[in-house]
Design a protein around this ligand. Structure first.
Ligand SMILES: NC(=O)c1ccc[n+]([C@@H]2O[C@H](COP(=O)([O-])OP(=O)(O)OC[C@H]3O[C@@H](n4cnc5c(N)ncnc54)[C@H](O)[C@@H]3O)[C@@H](O)[C@H]2O)c1
Length: 266
């Protein structure tokens, strides 16, 4: 069901790898709500991902860009504005990757060179994107920028490892840049703190399946799925949330407010 809440809006969606990706569902929701946008992912993801397929089905251009490269981001923003015919109204940052998690290093034995790579891809890329858009004046007044995060930024989830610090940094960039972009152009910047979701990035965390069912039981509404996260993103890109900025917004079926759940004790 569409309410066309994004009719006339232009944007860029980062991070759709396959049909399980949260960004994939966001692209479908934004399309349904009347937005026009480009899709992007790291050049390496083009080889094993299915982004072209999504681009064809939604009639969107796919532009490869490494989100850690300012040059790639400049080209992406320039091409997107050309293709869409004007400045942008929204951007989704849906990017995460931890080298130490991939290589199964324990938190007390992390490789700090890899950690820097993790921070660059998962968090600093968000600042790079916003700074590049800011300098190029690529966003329309009252635009909206959203990044996806996880509650491990606030509380300890041991298996999440260095991604916890990545998410803390990401959320802090949203607040700090939200000030600058808000005062200069009324662009709002928020993070959505999403439930565990069955995706490539999610299931890379050890013990993810057990944790997924724990969180599902702990949350009064159950885990929020990728489709409902996509609807929430679409709302945040819409004018209905034009005064919401610099917030970390929990989209987790109530998990973040819980202390103890009888469902877990049973
Ligand atoms: N899945 C979960 O449980 C969960 C929960 C909360 C938040 N999140 C966050 O949601 C976001 C999307 O993850 P997902 O779960 O859909 O998994 P995903 O694996 O489908 O998406 C991660 C994306 O990051 C992209 N990426 C990696 N390096 C990149 C680079 N250098 N440049 C550009 N793109 C790059 C990957 O190609 C991939 O498309 C991430 O920020 C993740 O941390 C996920």
């Amino acid at each position: 069901m569409s309410n066309a809440i994004l009719k006339g809006k232009r944007g860029i969606i980062f991070g759709a790898l396959d049909e399980n990706s949260i960004a994939w569902k966001v692209a479908e929701a934004c399309h349904r709500e009347g937005a026009r946008f480009t899709l992007t992912n790291a050049p390496v993801a083009m080889r094993f991902g299915q982004l072209q397929k999504l681009g064809e089905s939604l009639q969107c251009e796919v532009i490869p860009a490494d989100a850690t490269s300012i040059e790639d981001l400049e080209q992406l923003l320039t091409k997107s504005m050309e293709i869409l015919g004007g400045k942008l109204d929204f951007m989704l940052h849906s990017i995460g990757m931890s080298v130490n998690v991939r290589k199964k290093k324990s938190y007390t034995d992390l490789n700090h060179d890899w950690m820097q790579k993790t921070f660059d891809v998962s968090a600093i890329s968000f600042h790079k994107l916003m700074q590049t858009a800011y300098k190029m004046d690529a966003m329309n007044t009252q635009g909206s920028i959203v990044a996806l995060t996880y509650i491990a930024a606030q509380r300890v989830f041991p298996d999440y490892s260095e991604m916890a610090e990545s998410k803390s940094l990401l959320e802090s960039f949203a607040r700090s840049f939200g000030y600058h972009y808000g005062t200069s152009k009324q662009v709002r910047i928020n993070t959505i703190s999403q439930s565990p979701t069955m995706t490539t990035a999610g299931s890379g965390i050890s013990g993810f399946d057990e944790f997924f069912s724990y969180a599902d039981k702990m949350s009064p509404l159950g885990n929020a799925d990728a489709e409902s996260c996509a609807d929430y993103c679409a709302m945040l890109f819409s004018d209905y949330t034009r005064m919401v900025t610099m917030q970390n917004l929990y989209h987790d079926g109530g998990f973040s407010a819980m202390g103890m759940s009888p469902a877990i004790l049973e």
